[in-house]
Design a protein around this ligand. Structure first.
Ligand SMILES: Nc1ncnc2c1ncn2[C@@H]1O[C@H](COP(=O)(O)O)[C@@H](O)[C@H]1OP(=O)(O)O
Ligand SMILES: [Mg+2]
Ligand SMILES: [Mg+2]
Ligand SMILES: [Mg+2]
Length: 361
């Protein structure tokens, strides 16, 4: 069955799968096997740039008029000091783009062994991500590696892509190379792609394209289950600098949540929520003036909504994807099943009052 944004979905899933294969190989080559100092950021940098080059190249062949709001830009790579980084990025992106065609892919997408990609073309592809966003028209938003800290730890990270039309997210794809396919067997096989088209549901697909000759048959439909407070738990950041975890603790207590939170990097949290593996995504600002980026929430927002959930800021207001590259002033993010969401918004209000009282004493 063909539906709205079907062609976009096929392309986006294929692009995210290629980028996931690339980032996994970067991890295996550079993080696992090389002797790196603990704070060496180079593998993630190489992975970010190369993955953005791959996804953007595919989008520019398939939807040449669509602008992209991408996290990265190529200025570091164009600098004289960026020569060795540039070479590594070009080699990785080329390796990925010239890999044999997979089921569902087409050669006209610029893929396969017969395609040449010059350094300038790949740098230009990265720079196509510099669109400023806005309220009208079509645009893609891309986070080539979301959860860079998790990527370096060998834990959760995600390749995230969304199509936004007139400020509404119509399609979201989240590739999670390290996420267990079945939440009931955490040590079982890993790697999944999550995809949602507005009005057509949220699905989990296998990560490897060879497994998905008939994607409709291989896709699992996702629904957020109903939760009682004693089965509920919070999904939150690992990094204390990204979210105010002490506030989450307060909210959990006010809600009567018993189970400890699940800490996980990246938009894999939205994927976990969509499949009922954790009941509330809660992200409150730490108070540093950081503005949330649209690529960090656009794919997750449509996934959650299509799984039957609700996403808003901490006041219950909708997230606004039409303000540019960011979501504007930061009031946090709350996502959950409908009934739970209402309770969380109330609990946040009480938690704020509690906090203000304590601070006033
Ligand atoms: N101060 C901050 N507050 C909230 N999010 C942040 C902050 N600094 C970076 N981020 C972003 O949070 C996301 C990861 O969130 P999580 O902790 O849930 O995995 C990343 O996209 C990261 O950006 P970046 O990739 O540039 O580091
Ligand atoms: Mg990110
Ligand atoms: Mg990123
Ligand atoms: Mg980053």
């Amino acid at each position: 069955m063909s539906h709205a944004y079907y062609a976009e979905k096929q392309v986006a899933v294929a692009a995210v799968r290629r980028a996931c294969a690339l980032t996994s190989s970067v991890f295996n080559k550079l993080v696992r096997n090389e002797t790196l100092t603990k704070d060496d950021k180079s593998p993630v940098t190489v992975g970010d740039f190369a993955a953005q080059a791959v996804v953007s190249t595919i989008l520019s062949r398939t939807f040449p008029h669509d602008p992209i709001v991408g996290e990265e830009d190529a200025s570091d790579l164009r600098a004289d000091t960026g020569a060795s980084l540039r070479e590594r990025v070009v080699a990785l992106a080329t390796e990925s783009l010239t890999a044999p065609l997979q089921p569902g892919e087409e050669e006209s997408w610029g893929l396969g062994p017969s395609h040449k990609h010059t350094t300038e073309e790949l740098l230009a592809a990265i720079d196509r991500g510099n669109y400023e966003g806005g309220r009208t028209g079509r645009m893609w938003t891309l986070d080539p590696i979301d959860g860079t800290k998790g990527f370096l730890r060998g834990e959760q990270y995600a390749v995230c892509l969304a199509l936004v039309v007139d400020a509404r997210v119509e399609l979201g794809v989240i590739g999670c190379p390290n996420l267990p396919r079945d939440p009931a067997s955490p040590s079982g096989p890993r790697g999944a792609v999550f995809v949602a088209t507005r009005g057509y549901g949220a699905f989990q697909l296998p990560l490897a394209p060879a497994e998905s000759l008939q994607p409709e048959e291989k896709a699992t439909r996702l629904r957020i289950p109903a939760f009682a407070m004693d089965t509920l738990n919070l999904l939150e950041s690992v990094e204390k600098a990204h979210a105010k975890l002490s506030f989450n603790e307060r909210v959990a207590r006010l809600l009567g949540v018993i189970r400890p939170p699940t800490r996980m990097d990246s938009q894999a949290k939205y994927a976990a929520l969509a499949r009922g593996d954790g009941g509330v995504y809660l992200r409150m600002p730490v108070g540093t003036g950081y503005k949330e980026k649209i690529w960090d929430h656009a794919p997750g927002s449509v996934l959650v909504e299509e799984a039957g959930g609700v996403i808003s800021d901490s006041r219950g207001q909708p997230l606004d994807f039409g303000l540019g590259r960011t979501l504007g002033e930061n009031f946090g993010v709350v996502a959950a099943g409908k009934a739970v969401h209402t309770k969380v918004i109330e609990a946040i209000q009480r938690a704020k009052e509690e906090e203000e009282k304590e601070e006033g004493q």
